[in-house]
Design a protein around this ligand. Sequence first.
Ligand code: MN3
Length: 240
Amino acid sequence: MTRRTLIKSLGAGAALAGLGITAPREARAAVGAPAGTSQPFTLPPLGYDFAALEPAIDAQTMRIHHGKHHQGYINNANKALADYPQLQKFTAEQLLADLNAVPAVIRTAVRNNVGGHVNHSLFWRVLTPHTGGEPQGALANAIVREFRSFENFQSKFAAEAGNRFGSGWAWLSVKGGVVRVHSTANQDSPLSEGWTPILGLDVWEHAYYLHYQNRRADYARAFWSIVNWDEVAARFAAVG
Ligand code: MN3
């Protein structure tokens, strides 16, 4: 099958014409926040040294995770979309928010690799060597409203991180001002479920195994010492 007949048989152009219009408000709000999510996708800088998050996350893990794993998702995402110029005007977030409009032949590649790019772009930004301890203001209120206390929220988040079987992510996501704690498998994005992630923890073994081996719970506990709550609060405010 030639590329031309492939695209024709998929009817991709018609299906995607309205993608930008139908993308949920949450997804549009996220556009422009993470660097490099316009196409072609590029690796956003960490904004801190590889060793800056030690002892919570070791420098070697950060170097490989950012330079090899994240770059790999970017390379595969750009490759998957290379033959689909009609898809190249969309941001990563828009594609994830309307996966059913992506041609079936590349849908899994987009889901995994564009998902991997967006998830990691968020992850680097919500980490910091200068943690603020706990969220303040509107985000703190939304968390207490949903979970009764910050400690209950942390317990729920840790449970999602620990109970995710195999590879995936634990999330704090928002929709309509309401926050939710949940997890996704592999590189699936909350955006594909209509929720905007504002905090995420990568629980793939590549994220922690060099330092923690099988002790995922210890890694998830150390995460709280490097969360950038100012960034999470800004994302909460941006979604509205
Ligand atoms: Mn990862």
